[in-house]
Design a protein around this ligand. Structure first.
Ligand code: ATP
Length: 225
């Protein structure tokens, strides 16, 4: 089967990562392999526009990401980017992509988002300009299917149409949208935070991240010993 989103491309995976969980890491690995990306940047947001407040600081969230990526043994293909630390807050993705494009003119970027974020995209700052700058890779989440993805894309821009042989949508300006439905990871950072606050060790938390949380007493974790 051909890769649905091939090309010499850098994947951008932005989020709050509060904390990073195994779902984020599995998903990133899967996208790297399936889409044959050159590399992938995890981009933690100091202050995300769509969430009220983060539970822990940017420094802790970035440190947990570093710990997870070190443990993931990915030969340097997945890295943590600190670019949003130096950009105005809240951290709008369009600002980040424009800054990355200034740093590396001509580089092709693919923005990776969960399907939940696709439905939110019309509310993102300058989403039409964002879609003109990046390819999108949408990863399945919850009960989303390709019909819902199609509806969401067409309502963003009626020019989007599905290219059957390529298995992806083509949009304005030669940009593509790929939907990866062959991975499903029923986990969220909020469920992890809840478990930690109840004193449970979440199964989908990388051990290195759990060790960091214990050391720094984050998310209400208390050692009972
Ligand atoms: P929270 O539960 O606090 O809202 P989250 O688990 O959604 O957090 P984020 O850091 O906000 O984590 O997510 C970053 C990106 O990763 C978003 O695009 C989100 O849609 C995607 N994502 C996170 N978890 C999954 C998952 N299990 N499956 C698919 N996409 C995911």
């Amino acid at each position: 089967m051909p890769a649905p989103c091939e090309g010499r491309t850098i994947g951008l995976f932005g989020g709050t990562f509060d904390p990073v969980h195994s779902g984020h890491v599995h998903l990133a690995r899967h996208v790297l392999d399936r889409c044959r990306l050159d590399s992938l940047l995890f981009i933690p947001a100091p202050r995300p526009p769509h969430k009220r407040q983060t539970a822990v600081s940017f420094a802790h969230r970035a440190a947990m990401l570093e710990a997870a990526l070190l443990a993931a043994d990915n030969h340097g293909r997945m890295q943590c980017s600190y670019i949003e630390e130096h950009l105005p807050t809240p951290s709008y993705t369009i600002n980040t992509v424009e800054a990355l494009t200034r740093q590396a003119p001509g580089q092709r970027f693919s923005l990776i988002i969960g399907a939940d974020s696709l439905f939110d995209l019309p509310h993102w700052r300058r989403s039409d300009e964002l879609l003109a700058l990046v390819d999108l890779i949408v990863v399945r989440r919850d009960t989303v299917d390709a019909v819902m993805i199609n509806q969401a894309l067409v309502s963003l821009d009626p020019a989007f149409h599905f290219d059957e042989p390529q298995g992806r949508w083509n949009g304005p300006g030669g940009r593509t949208v790929t939907y990866l439905s062959d991975i499903e990871l029923p986990v969220s950072s909020s469920s992890i935070r809840k478990e930690l606050a109840l004193g449970r060790v979440p199964a989908m938390l990388p051990p290195a991240v759990f060790a960091y949380i214990k050391t720094h007493h984050l998310y209400g974790w208390r050692d009972s010993a």
